[in-house]
Design a protein around this ligand. Structure first.
Ligand code: EPU
Length: 420
């Protein structure tokens, strides 16, 4: 297993470019299978393991895929299976989007239950509630979801919890439902809007994405289109936090600053300088910042996916910070790793109480999940001495070329390839 070896303590200076959004791409690629004619040419696709995984799943269903750097062409006209049951399906979270996509287009989907980061219970009851409301019969047996309908019929669906996955999945199926479907209490994340825009580019009729209510007027078929995925809000947020933690001045290019407002606001509250210029955001910091309290919330609140990187920054901020994680019940597994580096973190249920220390010290630490991995890389960058981050396959699922990007900013970080 590969590892990242970091000699910490160097400020970061320079520019980096953010890639396409993981959580948009892993929904758009399954959505592309809904086009029964033509080719979807999708650009700004990040080169990460979760994307490769979805691409392989699409191919296993009969799609033809051609990859060229950050773009992919998908021809889904000859799909010959509605059964997604490969190891890749079980390994990742977003494979559940195949349920909505296949159910919509073929009125039948047989998809094994998804995996994903171990950050708490991850039910799909709201997805099922939505499919059933559209008229599907849904059954879970032997770890596999079967959803089937003679017809899907538009209706009103009010979600009990705000869920990114359920919003997107039911929107996929509703695209082919007869009549109008109204989805209420939906997620407003930028990637929800991006998937709706992609579906509309293929010929869907979806309005309201980005607000609390999405209205889908069903269509009979979709066709290929050209589309470019939005920049990754979470990747950008991670580099903003790293710049604030290490000190220096970093310009992060290819971002939508509006998507980063909750993160910018917290960094400014801590004493960093954050400036926007078109599609760039610059973070300037002395590295000596003050602690703040954070509560993770659905968009436009502070994103749970940057909570872990942020917690690393708070370990060296002055005073006490309290993080309340309101989305996932178990997203502080990295706290024990931070403690190995000298951090003063106490986890109580869904809260972490962090008392700032003057420095972290290098250690061998583990990436317990994707964002925890990014948190440990930032910890290594600010720590005195050498840090080894192991289990970095989690990081590779979501951050393209992380060591190259930090290296370009002046960090002393290398990937050590280890034989299995
Ligand atoms: N929930 C339910 N029932 C459901 C669905 C969700 O109770 O049917 C609950 C969850 O237990 C959770 C909350 O609703 O407490 C929000 O879950 P959501 O469905 O929004 O999460 P998700 O779609 O499974 C996506 C991202 C996550 C990100 C969350 C929240 C993808 C592939 N994953 O997960 O991303 O944390 O939204 O923004 O889009 C990551 O990228 O590191 C990551 C974990």
């Amino acid at each position: 297993m590969d590892k990242l070896v970091i000699n910490g303590g160097k400020p970061l200076y320079g520019c980096i470019e953010i890639n396409g959004a993981k959580n948009a791409a892993v929904a758009i690629l399954p959505a592309a299978i809904m086009a029964s004619e033509g080719v979807c040419n999708i650009d700004n696709i990040p080169n990460i393991e979760d994307v490769h995984c979805i691409e392989r799943i699409n191919e296993s269903l009969g799609c033809t895929l051609v990859r060229d750097k950050n773009s992919v062409s998908i021809d889904s006209s000859k799909i010959n299976s509605v059964i997604a049951n490969t190891e890749d399906v079980r390994k990742m979270r977003a494979s559940y989007y195949l349920i909505g996509a296949l159910l919509g287009r073929f009125k039948k989907a047989v998809v094994e239950l998804p995996g994903g980061c171990p950050i708490g219970v991850r039910p799909i009851d709201q997805h099922i509630k939505g499919f059933e409301a559209l008229g599907a019969k849904v059954e879970i047996k032997h770890g596999c979801v079967t959803a089937e309908a003679d017809r899907l019929i538009g209706t009103n669906i009010f979600f009990d919890v705000v869920s990114v996955g359920a919003t997107i999945n039911v929107m996929l199926a509703a695209t082919f439902a007869e009549g109008v479907t109204t989805l209420e209490n939906v997620a407003k994340e930028p990637h929800v809007v991006d998937v709706a825009n992609f579906l509309n580019s293929m010929g869907a009729n979806i309005k309201g994405a980005g607000t609390d209510v999405i209205r889908v007027v069903g269509v009979e078929s979709l066709k290929g289109c050209s589309y470019s995925v939005i920049p990754d809000q979470i990747e950008a947020g991670t580099y903003m936090i790293a710049a604030a933690a290490c000190g220096g001045e970093v310009t992060i290019q290819n971002v939508i600053p509006k998507h980063l407002e909750s993160i910018s606001a917290k960094l400014i509250e801590m004493g960093a300088e954050v400036t926007e210029d078109g599609d760039c955001i610059t973070v300037k910091s002395s590295g000596n910042l003050k602690g703040v309290n954070i509560k993770t919330q659905p968009y436009p609140g502070f994103p749970t996916d940057v909570q872990q990187p942020m917690s690393t920054l708070l370990t060296v901020a002055q005073g006490r910070s309290i993080i309340n994680e309101s989305i996932w019940e178990s997203r502080f597994k990295h706290a024990d790793e931070l403690k190995k580096m000298g951090a003063n973190v106490k986890v109580e249920g869904r809260s972490a109480i962090i008392d700032g220390v003057s420095k972290l010290t290098g250690a061998i630490v583990k990436a317990t999940d994707l964002r925890a991995g990014a948190a440990m890389v930032i910890a290594g960058l600010i720590a005195e001495g050498t840090t080894e981050v192991v289990s970095i396959e989690h990081i590779d699922r979501g951050y393209p070329n992380i060591e190259e990007k930090f290296h370009a900013l002046g960090a002393d970080i290398i990937r050590v390839f280890c034989a299995e």
